[in-house]
Design a protein around this ligand. Structure first.
Ligand SMILES: Cc1cc2nc3c(=O)[nH]c(=O)nc-3n(C[C@H](O)[C@H](O)[C@H](O)COP(=O)(O)OP(=O)(O)OC[C@H]3O[C@@H](n4cnc5c(N)ncnc54)[C@H](O)[C@@H]3O)c2cc1C
Length: 386
């Protein structure tokens, strides 16, 4: 495959780099240490440039940037350390509404999302339904023109910043049949949002729905056909995912540490041959991750299936990131365990912070085991995992 960029793609990359060097400042990055990987000011600047509309496929009425442009988009913003966790949800929810939603949802929700006014959360997971999301128990019962929703969702990331949640509910029979999807405004009475802090200092939420009443016009897709909406959600999630490059700032921090700290014999750490090999291997892994992401984008651009390639990219980048964190935390010795904010913490605790964050990346968006199952079943032709 030839991954060289077209002039439009290269131009977009240049534009993104210019934007990042101007607006993704150290202050913006420092603010993300509150655990919410979103910055309203930066977000609105991106919306003003039409980048949110641009991410919506042309056949849905959006700007229709190519999959390769979107791969470059996530790559440049991630490499700059921009807090962009909210964007994937926006693109997903807006795309699903444009594909399957009614006119009310199209006019009430989509412009707010794509103009940078509102965020959306994904309300799929529950305490007893994560990997097996179809085990959803949150109940929606019909009452005339309205629905009454009761239940609990877990890991509703960004709920504390968002205006809407796309909510998977059970309306009838167990498992995939009998699910119905809604878009629910968080201002609806009966919703409670409680913070959940991960080991990686990231804030997500548990959300509770207690006799939440919404009009039927907030339903998306047909009653009991929520699984079809869910499949569309997964399609747009995978389409946007692109590559993941958390190892890049980590490698830079490790390199800096190795060039400025000594071993017991007084020589610089960077002269340690094992560490040098680890640094180089980590850099090679980043290149492999980039190729995997570009391959996924190229398949998407050619109109092919890319779900398995998306799984490979996510699995590889998150698992290797975790390995890199282990290597570089070891390099720092016992003081590497000091957290950011502690004056003695080497590199202001950056490696330790990454080390706590890395395991979380192997869970959200589908765990490593689920990605392996997907690859085993759909690429290697192995029997379905039970
Ligand atoms: C920080 C964070 C943010 C998240 N944000 C959101 C969000 O915004 N919206 C949302 O809906 N969800 C979100 N999630 C939920 C996430 O998608 C789930 O945590 C994930 O799908 C795993 O589900 P679970 O936690 O219930 O674990 P389980 O599904 O209970 O899995 C437990 C363990 O069993 C393994 N396992 C499960 N099934 C299989 C199988 N068939 N084969 C092999 N191994 C298996 C898993 O890999 C895992 O190791 C988030 C999670 C985290 C940690």
């Amino acid at each position: 495959m030839d991954f060289s960029l077209t002039s439009t793609e290269q131009q977009f990359r240049d534009e993104l780099r210019e934007f990042c060097s101007e607006y993704v400042t150290s202050e913006v990055k420092e603010l993300t240490r509150n655990g919410t990987l979103h910055n309203w000011e930066l977000h609105r600047k991106m919306a003003d440039r039409g980048w949110l509309w641009g991410a919506i496929p042309a056949e849905l009425g959006g700007g229709g940037r190519s999959p390769m442009e979107m791969a470059v988009f996530t790559e440049e913003l991630q490499l700059a350390g921009a807090p962009i966790d909210a964007i994937g949800n926006i693109v997903l929810v807006a795309s699903v509404i444009l594909e399957l939603g009614n006119d009310f949802l199209k006019s009430e929700v989509v412009p707010k999302l794509l103009n940078g006014e509102s965020l959306a959360s994904l309300g799929y997971s529950e305490p007893e339904a994560g990997s097996d999301v179809a085990a959803c128990r949150t109940k929606a019962e019909r009452d005339g023109d309205e629905w009454i929703i009761n239940g609990q969702k877990m890991w509703t990331t960004m709920a504390h910043e968002a205006d809407f949640v796309i909510l998977l509910t059970r309306t009838e029979a167990p498992k995939h049949r009998g699910l119905t999807m809604f878009i629910v405004p968080f201002t609806t009475p009966g919703i409670e949002i409680q913070p959940v802090w991960t080991i990686g200092t990231e804030r997500t939420n548990a959300t509770f729905y207690d006799n939440v009443r919404i009009n039927d016009r907030w339903r998306i897709g047909e009653v009991n056909k929520g699984w079809q909406v869910m499949l569309a959600c997964l399609k747009y999630e995978r389409g946007f995912a692109g590559g993941q490059y958390p190892s890049v700032p980590l490698i830079e921090a490790a390199h800096h540490h190795a060039e400025t700290h000594t071993r017991p014999d007084g020589t610089l750490l960077i002269h340690d041959s094992v560490l040098r090999e680890q640094l180089v291997r980590a850099m090679i892994d980043v290149e492999a991750c980039r190729v995997l992401a570009y391959r996924t984008a190229a398949l998407a651009a050619a109109g092919g299936q890319f779900g398995v390639e998306g799984s490979m990219t996510k699995l590889f980048s998150s698992e290797r990131y975790q390995q890199h964190c282990d290597w570089f935390l070891d390099m720092q010795g016992p003081e590497g365990l000091l957290r950011w904010g502690t004056p003695e913490a080497p590199n202001d605790g950056e490696i330790e912070e990454n080390w706590r964050h890395a395991p979380v990346t192997t869970i959200y968006g589908g765990t490593s085991e689920i990605q392996r199952n997907n690859i085993a079943e759909h690429r290697l032709g192995l029997p379905r995992a039970r």
